[in-house]
Design a protein around this ligand. Structure first.
Ligand code: AP5
Length: 222
């Protein structure tokens, strides 16, 4: 592994828990969280040209064209804080072309995490998901209800979280995920995401800790 701050990719089907785990990773490791889904939703809600173009794809559960997403990610990765704090790429790369764009720029992670969750559970998680637009915190009406009435009153449902749209997002994921994995086969860590949030995080945390420990050991040896 090269020295410098930690670089992490996290992947998995819709509602496999990427966003939930990313919040916990960021809290502990201070990495810059780059979620293409969040970046695209921000473009849609501000009504930008990119947002208007992306909305139709997102509402149909399809991938937004590679170039649009890659430009967004590359521009975020080039900012100063990323070089200083390291990065956590969430939901990117999602196609062979996206992975190749990063490879061509010699941008590689230290680890590629995939969260595995059975389909029926994913659908239930999506349909029950709610977001707090003020804090970005992720809830679930049954599993993780808001902590008070104030939050309850403002939580929203994502427009692509209906039963039909989730099915097509899942289909899109299945069509594309296999084409990304070979690029990262040496860094791949598949994790059972169908366990309690804290249990999943514990496993991710110990993997990241190991990378950090190895990096400091090799620094000392020099
Ligand atoms: P994106 O926003 O990335 O959506 P996604 O991949 O479908 O993932 P989600 O955000 O739905 O789920 P998550 O895994 O983060 O789960 P969460 O933690 O919220 O992408 C949206 C769209 O943007 C795409 O469809 C595409 O159109 C476009 N796009 C994005 N990236 C792109 C790219 N690279 N290229 C092209 N297009 C792109 O959890 C879900 C629910 O489960 C929550 O309610 C949560 O509370 C609950 N939960 C989480 N963990 C657990 C657990 N362990 N046990 C029980 N419940 C849990």
């Amino acid at each position: 592994r090269e020295s410098g701050p930690l670089k992490v990719m996290i992947s998995g089907a819709p509602a496999s828990g990427k966003g939930t785990q990313c919040r916990m990773i960021v809290e502990k490791y201070g990495l810059v969280h780059i979620s293409t889904g969040d970046l695209l939703r921000a473009e849609v809600s501000s009504g930008t040209e990119i947002g208007n173009k992306a909305k139709e794809y997102m509402d149909n559960g399809m991938l937004v064209p590679d170039q649009v997403v890659t430009d967004m990610v590359v521009s975020r990765l080039s900012q100063h804080d990323v070089r200083e704090r390291g990065w956590l790429l969430d939901g990117y790369p999602r196609s062979y072309a996206q992975a190749q764009s990063l490879e061509n720029m010699k941008i590689r992670p230290d680890i590629f995490i995939v969260l595995e969750v059975p389909d029926d559970i994913l659908i239930d998680r999506c349909v029950g998901r709610r977001l707090d637009p003020e804090t970005g915190k992720i809830y679930h009406i049954k599993n993780f209800p808001p902590e008070n009435d104030e939050v309850s009153a403002r939580i929203v449902t994502r427009s692509d979280d209906t039963f039909e749209k989730v099915k097509s997002r899942l289909e899109t994921y299945k069509q594309n995920s296999e084409s990304v994995l070979p690029t990262y086969s040496d860094l791949l860590n598949q994790i059972d995401g169908n366990r309690q949030v804290e249990v999943v995080f514990k496993e991710i945390d110990s993997l990241l800790q190991k990378i950090c420990d190895n990096a400091s050991a090799s620094k000392l040896a020099k």
